[in-house]
Structure formats: C-alpha cells, structure tokens
Design a protein. Sequence first.
Length: 550
Amino acid sequence: MNMPSPTLSATHEVSNQAPPLENYNLFTHNRPLIEAAEREGAADDLAWLAERGAELGSAEMIALGGQANRNPPTLKLFDSAGRRRDEVEFHPAYHELMAYLKRHGASAGPWADPVRGAHARRAALFMLYAEIEDGTLCPTTMTYAVVPSIMRDRAIAEEWLPRIFSPEYDPRFIPSGQKRGVTLGMGMTEKQGGSDLRSNTTTATPVSGREYRIVGHKWFFSAPMSDAFLILAQAPRGLSCFFLPRFTPEGEVNDIRIQRLKDKLGDRSNAGSEVEFWGARAWLIGDEGRGVPVILEMGTYCRLDCVLGTAGLIRQAASLALHHTAHRAAFGKRLVDQPLMRNVLADLALESEAATALAMRLAGAFDAQADLQQSLLRRVLTPASKYWICKRGPVVAAEAMEVLGGNGYVEDGPMARIYRQMPLNSIWEGSGNVMCLDVLRAIAKHPACLDALAAEVAPALGRDGRLDAFAGRLKDDLRRPEKVEGCSRQLTQAIALMVQGALLVRFAPDHVADAFCASRLAGSGFAGGAFGNLPDATDFQAIVARAWPD
Ligand SMILES: Cc1cc2nc3c(=O)[nH]c(=O)nc-3n(C[C@H](O)[C@H](O)[C@H](O)COP(=O)(O)OP(=O)(O)OC[C@H]3O[C@@H](n4cnc5c(N)ncnc54)[C@H](O)[C@@H]3O)c2cc1C
C-alpha cells in the first residue's frame, strides 16, 4: 500500500505561520519617517534613503545582523607564546555591517560633508539601520559623537579627523596612521561610579606639554578595538579629558590592558570590556580640571543616537507585530481583524509614530547649530527625549513580543533580540533618573529653554483642546518653584509627550493626532498603562494602515 498516511502528512504541513518579514523597503513603507525626514531638512535625501531602505530590508542584511549576534566577539588576551595581544576577534558579519555603516556616513557623514540637513539625513539612516542590527551602532555612535570634542584640539584634529571622516572601515590592529579609516570610543564609567563621574579615581600624571601617563581602570569600555578613546582621569587640577590612542605615536601598542569582555544581556555583536591602564600615554583635551564638559559634549551626541536607535527599534517591533497579525488567524479571523488586537496594534503604531517624529525633530535641532533657540531646545529636549523614548522601548518590545505569541519568545526570530537590546539605551550614557536631573539642570541654568519649548509648541496650539490644556498645565508646573527633584520624572515625561503631541497635531493625519491626544494627553495625563486602551472612537483601521511595513 502506497497511500500516504493522513496522520503523517498532517505533521509535516505548516500552516497559519507568518513568513519572515524580509525583502521589503524599510524606508518607502515608513510614512512617518519619510514625512519627518522631509520636514527636518533631509528632503533632498529621500531617494538615497529609499536605496538604503531597500538594502537594509533585504534578507541578506537581516541575516548578517543575526549572524553577528549569534557569534559574539571573543577576547584574545595572549598569543601562543604568552605575549599579550589584547585583541578582540569578531565574526565576519560584524565587519561587513561596520563597513556598511562607515561607507554610508553613519559614523562621520555630517562632519565630513556638513551640508544643510546632514544630521537629519544621518538620523534617518541610523533609525533604518537600528531595525537590522544594533551592536555595530555603538562604535558608530561614538565615532560620530567624538568629533566636536576632538575639534577643540588643533593638533589632534589635524591628525585624526581625516581618518575619522574616511568612509572606509579598516579593522586591522595596527597604528592608525597606516589605516584607511578609524573608529573611536569613550571611557568614563569606573567600578565605584558611572553617573557620578566625580568619583573617578584613574590618575593622569603630566609628562611633558599636553602628554600624560594614565594609571587606573574603566569598568565599562565598549568597542575596545577602537583606534582611540576619550577618557576621564584625575589630573593635578582635577578631572580632565584625555585622548588615548590604542598605539603610541612611535607605533607601540599603548598600555591599555583588556581584563575581560562583558557578558551582556543583549547587544551581543558588540564587544564591551573592562580595562586597566598601566601607564598608558594620553593627551589632554581642553583644560585640566574641565574634563566633564568636554566629554559630555560627546555624550550629548551619544544621547541623540540613543533616541534614534530606540525609535528605530520601536518601529521594528511594531512592524513585526503588524506583519505577524496579517498572516496569523485565531478564532476564525486574522489577528489583525480581531477588534482587541487592532487596538493593541494601533497603539503600538501610535507610539512608533510619536517616537519617530520626536527623534527626527531632535536630530533637526542638531542641524541648526548656529540658531540660539534651537540650541536651547536641543539642550532640554535631548535628555527629555532620551528619558521618554528609551523608557517606552522595553514596554513596546514586550507588547510586540506578545503579539507574536510563543514565536516572539524564541530566538529563531528577531523579537527576542529586540527585547534584550531595548533597555541598553536607557542605561547607557545617562540612565533615566540622570536624564531627568539633567532636564532640571538645563532649565535652572538656561531658563530660556522654557521659551524655546513654548515656541516649539506654539504653532500647534488652538487645534486640539487636549494638547492646549496639557501644555498649559505643564507650563505652570515648569515655572512652579516647589517642583522638586523627586517629581522630575513626571515633568520630563510631560515635556516629551507635549512635544510629541505638538508634532503630531501639526503634521500627522488627524486620526493619528486625535488618538495620541486622547490616549496620552487627555484628562490628568498619561499614566503609562498597557497598550491597547485606545478609545472606541479611534480610527483603528487608518492608523494600522498608515503604519503597515510591507
Ligand atoms: C552595554 C553597556 C555599554 C556601556 N559602555 C560604556 C562605555 O563605552 N563607556 C562608559 O564610560 N560607560 C559605558 N557604560 C556604562 C554606563 O554609561 C553606566 O552604566 C551608566 O552611566 C550608569 O552608571 P553606573 O552603572 O555606575 O550606575 P550608577 O551611577 O550607580 O547608577 C545606578 C542608578 O542610580 C541612578 N542614579 C544615579 N544618581 C542618581 C541621583 N542623584 N538621583 C537619583 N537616581 C540616581 C541612575 O539613574 C541609575 O539608575 C556602558 C553600559 C552598558 C550597560
């Protein structure tokens, strides 16, 4: 008898499973990002971004991201004869991804070619790339962020900026003068403290001119294969910022000893390390005792990237959720057609659109370097946006994972990686509370920040009573002297929500702005409940359709 057994054929048949979300254009289907890029100065770059969107959404790029994370870097401390190597080895996929980022200007484009809208163009690219792989964004961000600090020192700038600006990625562990391109990192956090940098104990002893010898350690030192780092150390006149190259000018390996690699929750493709400095040679940047403002200038650009990266990940999580529900049915209907699921999806889509609008608005403010009002806005909006968007990331990831059911929880698909990655941007480069304290500091030091915020929101007022009332309440709160540190999360969240609301009221379709105001701004404000609580009158269909990824 050759008849197939019905039981066996049932075990091999796969139905009601979503195909992978791949081979789609990440940019051309992302209406909120297209519109934000146009508004914020990258209108001439839409075709270029569409090309990147097609490349990044390809199955090949998605596979590279997976490989780089399944094969994390390894530390090679010694050679076979016992000599120190202090090298980190990466999977080829990591190098390929790094080369892609370098080639397309993600690590230095706006500095190498400072045309109008250059930061906005890079920001859009960064957000698209964040949907594919995030570990490689860490060295990319640090290389981008270091430039303003390095520009303070003419000699270092003349030697290093051309290598930083180079679109070539060169991973060889050789002196930077022999390389086709370089990447940079930063070291602030020590065992005894990361937020409170005054607790740094690493010392810098003057040798001659601006050269010092560094003795001490760093507890978190990402991308230790970078060609140079900005670090903080205690010099005779106090905490100072130093340029620490991996090789000395004579071509010797500098005395930076990698102790071990961090075993991290996520961000697995990237190497995080602990290091010791055994008399490493470094050069002062800025004035002795004034290191924190110099390195925090770098920190500001890193914070921008935390916002962009998380907004990109939020978009990816929402896209995966939407895609899944179109291909999966339960109780006789596709999940996307189930009313309660549609509410959840619309809410995730709203969060993604609001994050995209705010992230791109912030990037646009970084383009307007010479405009005082934009500088003031940037000063307060950077920590507020980093706080809020990075706080929303992990909850979006958890909800989107649940949309995929059990498939979301296993490592075969991308959702588990997104979930593990999400909290990092909230911790790194100023954790949540530190961002809120920075908002208070910005307002105390530059009260005109409040005028810049008011000017940002003013064009949206008079169109939606809920936004008007929310902004009015916040204005009172911001000017009330008894508002204290202990309530600054509330204040920071409200600033971000108000600017998101204003952007959506001005620029998004009415059904998006209406749902955002109803769910985030109405009544006594957003209490941060679970997703899927949009009011019944919401135009779910239109919101979901606008967010559709493919
Ligand atoms: C994957 C990864 C990579 C990293 N890479 C680098 C790197 O390359 N270079 C580098 O220098 N650092 C790096 N860091 C370190 C990171 O920047 C720090 O972990 C972060 O700044 C917090 O410092 P901490 O860990 O010492 O925590 P702490 O400073 O001890 O803070 C702990 C908590 O207390 C809160 N807190 C602190 N002060 C206050 C206050 N006054 N009021 C209320 N709450 C407060 C913080 O918000 C935080 O939630 C990395 C971290 C991670 C996870």
